[in-house]
Design a protein around this ligand. Structure first.
Ligand SMILES: [Ca+2]
Ligand SMILES: [Ca+2]
Ligand SMILES: [Ca+2]
Length: 208
């Protein structure tokens, strides 16, 4: 092996040694919904997003995160019982572990994650998911999915309400006009406010 090749190999080894720590750092940077965090919550005080696009990662404790100011925001609550609000289409929030309260406003998407969560889709066209656990999913003129577990899915002018697996209770409130109520697997209970415009699937027991 010539000296030139040995030198080249040593240079390559050196380059690898320099690159390796940087790639480790990139992996360890907190992310939410695939994006690098712009705000990392460290304390217990309420955190308010900016008027621009935010990527907010909660602490391991219970966080209060309000990302309704403006922009397209991603919020990950992580562990703890979190209170999270996001607004506008494209914005996205996931409560993560714990019993979270997630609100998705005006076209945003909200996920409760694991745990027994309360997930609200408010002010038109929001999409909300309870995830695993026994969740309460409330949807106003949008889409709601209880996911696994025994959930209550309640709609006001909801477009679609899904129970998922588990014994769910789906309530189409008086005056609602859901296109579809699918209670999912297991024996579910449902209540409908206006039967004429309702498509029911896999809903076994009508409540009174
Ligand atoms: Ca959480
Ligand atoms: Ca859940
Ligand atoms: Ca369910």
């Amino acid at each position: 092996m010539s000296l030139r090749i040995v030198f080249a190999l040593l240079m390559l080894a050196g380059a690898a040694a320099i690159v390796a720590p940087a790639s480790v750092d990139a992996r360890s940077t907190p992310r939410c919904h695939g994006e690098v965090a712009t705000i990392i919550v460290t304390g217990s005080d309420p955190v308010v997003g900016t008027f621009g696009d935010d990527v907010i990662v909660g602490s391991s404790g219970s966080d209060n995160i309000d990302a309704t100011q403006g922009g397209i925001d991603f919020v990950c609550g992580g562990n703890g019982d979190d209170l999270i609000k996001v607004q506008w289409e494209g914005s996205w929030a996931n409560g993560g572990n714990g019993n979270d309260h997630v609100e998705a406003w005006r076209g945003a998407t909200g996920l409760g994650g694991s745990g027994d969560d309360e997930v609200w889709g408010l002010y038109f066209d929001s999409v909300v998911f309870g995830g695993s656990g026994n969740d309460n999913v409330y949807v106003e003129e949008g889409w709601g999915d209880g996911g696994s577990g025994n959930d209550e899915v309640r709609g006001w002018y909801a477009i679609e309400m899904l129970g998922g697996s588990g014994k769910d209770f789906l309530i189409d409130n008086v005056g609602s006009n859901s296109d579809l109520m699918d209670c999912g697997s297991n024996a579910d209970t449902y209540f409908i406010g206006s039967p004429a415009d309702q498509v029911l699937r896999r809903c076994e027991n009508q409540g009174v």
